[in-house]
Design a protein. Structure first.
Length: 191
């Protein structure tokens, strides 16, 4: 195993241990209280909640956004600018519940209202990155509980690109055969 691979595995193992220990027995809605939502553009947000087999619900979501009660993913296109106070709730199979009041700020240039937490493959893989490693990382962010604590980005900033097509558009290289399918997969995990 390459040393960068070992570092990656050790870092994830430490994270898994740390997050699992913090989560043990605690049903909570985690993450930021203020969420920036772009006006009239696609929005995706995984409610960061710790606990097992949760059912999600919300009261007062911004117009145009919906919550998947099984996955905790809020998505859609917000169509009214302004601040919307929303209560999100999670329920465990035992009936235990937890909730958190959130403030969704819908407008132009609101993205930086929410702390950006995520993972960049460059620091582990450099240019030895491929489609499967990104999918594996998305799975690990969810499985380790990082997503349940607000980590919601995977930043693929380099080494995915190939040559430009006839229209001059950047296209992916052979290690990324279908970028839309990869993005759809990562989005399906709430990231």
């Amino acid at each position: 195993m390459k040393s960068s691979s070992v570092r990656f595995v050790l870092a994830l193992a430490l994270t898994l241990f740390t997050v699992s220990a913090a989560q043990a027995g605690s049903l909570r809605v985690n993450g930021a209280r203020r969420i920036g939502v772009p006006l009239d553009k696609p929005f995706l947000y995984l409610v960061p909640a710790s606990g097992q087999q949760l059912k999600y619900s919300a009261v007062g979501l911004p117009q145009g956004l919906t919550l998947n009660s099984a996955t905790g993913i809020i998505e859609g296109v917000a169509t009214l600018q302004g601040t919307v106070n929303t209560r999100v709730m999670v329920q465990a199979p035992s009936g235990e519940t937890a909730s958190k009041d959130l403030e969704f700020v819908v407008g132009k240039r609101t993205e930086a209202l929410t702390p950006i937490m995520g993972w960049n493959p460059w620091y582990v893989w450099g240019c030895n990155i491929d489609d499967q490693k990104i999918r594996d990382a998305a799975d690990l962010i969810v499985k380790t509980g990082l997503a349940a604590h607000g980590y919601n980005y995977i930043n693929l900033d380099d080494c995915w690109q190939g040559k430009r097509n006839a229209a001059g558009e950047m296209v992916p290289n052979s290690r990324f055969p279908d970028m839309k399918a990869l993005a759809d997969y990562v989005h399906s995990r709430g990231l």
